[in-house]
Design a protein. Structure first.
Length: 401
């Protein structure tokens, strides 16, 4: 890897600026030298206009005008000295230099205005990024890299060019009794989505410590939304819980894309047999919310994500092939590296910056695998949850039975 010397770069930039500053004078000095020599010729006087023309490239309007005035003065002096005024069209060189000077001043003023506007936008963008980073530090705190029984990695990509925060949300709360997390996506965009995301995260942080189960966490989030969120606003979310010493993970899916379970290099959707409506739309449910329990131990991994990943499209409209790619990627790399690879593949698939916010949260189990033998048919499977039937996923892409 080649090391870059910042001092060398600064010296090269300084030399470049000095050359651009001296170039108009060097050109005018060369023209004056030719005109004072025995080979003088009136046609060369027009080349003095190169002085203000070159100055307009790197200087502001006032210095360009001064160099133009100097060029006009030199043209008048040489014309008087060589008696060019007595010749036909003897005033043409001086008029040409004056005209080029006026054009150069206008060009320099326009460039200066554009540069000032660009600096202003960059300053405003920098301030906006600072505010966004402060908001992100509050709303989207870095997830712990290790919790009891698992390793965690998170990636967040905002579709907003000016900031790094949007309507997608995630949070991980670790206590001695359990590890609870949420990954969600707020309906809509902009400041309203950010406000709702902050409300959901706040309600989750409060409930995650003392709520008896995941359904109660969802209920408390909905209660908060009913008081603060706009009417008909909803949030798709997955809420999950891991208990230290247990080789299972409990998942409550509220209208969100199903997580991906990866075991032995094979990925499958952790589809719920009893899907729940999004948070904020519980009135549409036919019954109470029910969480599902899935075996999760050994080197198992589970990927939670938002639709900015699963619904990313290329130029032909094809969705990103998350399921077939996840197994090999997650099985062969550490969690942080795995998410970097998936992120790069999503951007490569789309071919440009994302048009929707995207979040990924990957958990790799470090617990000893001790699944209930009668609940696992040999590969990926689910443990019966709250009296429901066993859910079996026999191959990547298979749906819940």
């Amino acid at each position: 890897m080649v090391a870059i010397n910042p001092l060398k770069n600064d010296s090269m930039a300084g030399a470049h600026r000095f050359f651009l500053g001296a170039l108009p004078y060097l050109v005018m000095a060369a023209v004056v030298g030719v005109e004072l020599s025995p080979q003088r010729y009136m046609g060369f006087l027009c080349l003095l206009s190169l002085g203000p023309a070159l100055a307009s490239v790197s200087r502001r309007a006032l210095p360009t005008a001064m160099i133009g005035a100097e060029a006009v003065a030199l043209s008048l002096g040489i014309s008087w000295y060589d008696q060019f005024f007595r010749m036909a069209h003897g005033i043409v060189p001086t008029a040409t230099i004056a005209g080029v000077t006026v054009v150069g001043i206008m060009a320099s003023a326009g460039r200066q205005r554009r540069e000032d506007e660009l600096r202003l936008r960059e300053r405003e963008l920098s301030d906006l990024r600072t505010v966004a980073e402060m908001a992100q530090a509050v709303l989207q705190r870095p997830a712990p890299r290790e919790v009891p029984g698992a390793e965690i990695a998170v990636r967040y990509m905002s579709a907003t060019a000016a900031a790094r925060i949007g309507g997608d949300l995630y949070e991980v709360i670790s206590t001695p009794a359990w590890v609870r997390l949420i990954v969600g996506d707020v309906q809509g965009k902009g400041i309203g989505a950010v406000r709702t995301a902050s409300m959901v995260i706040g309600a989750f942080r409060e409930a995650a410590y003392d709520a008896p189960d995941l359904t109660q966490i969802a209920a408390r989030i909905e209660q908060s939304m009913s008081h603060q969120a706009a009417e008909q606003e909803f949030v798709t979310a997955v809420i999950a819980e891991m208990t230290p010493g247990s080789a299972t993970i409990e998942i409550l899916n509220c209208g969100h894309p199903s997580p991906l379970l990866v075991r032995d290099g094979e990925a499958a959707l952790a589809d719920s047999p009893d899907p729940c409506p999004p948070l904020g739309l519980s009135s549409l449910a036919e019954g109470p919310r029910v969480a599902d329990t899935w075996p999760f131990g050994g080197d198992d991994q589970i990927l939670f994500y938002t639709d900015g990943i699963s619904e990313a499209r290329d130029t032909t409209g094809a969705f990103f092939p998350l399921l077939p790619l996840c197994g090999p990627v997650l099985a062969g790399h550490a969690p942080e590296a795995s998410l970097d690879l998936i992120r790069d593949q999503v951007v490569r698939h789309v071919g440009h910056t994302l048009t929707d916010d995207a979040a990924m949260l990957l958990i790799k189990s470090t617990a000893v695998a001790s699944y209930p033998v009668d609940a696992i048919p040999a590969r990926l499977g689910a443990v019966p949850a709250q009296g429901t039937a066993t859910v079996t996923v026999d191959a990547p892409g298979a749906s819940a039975q």
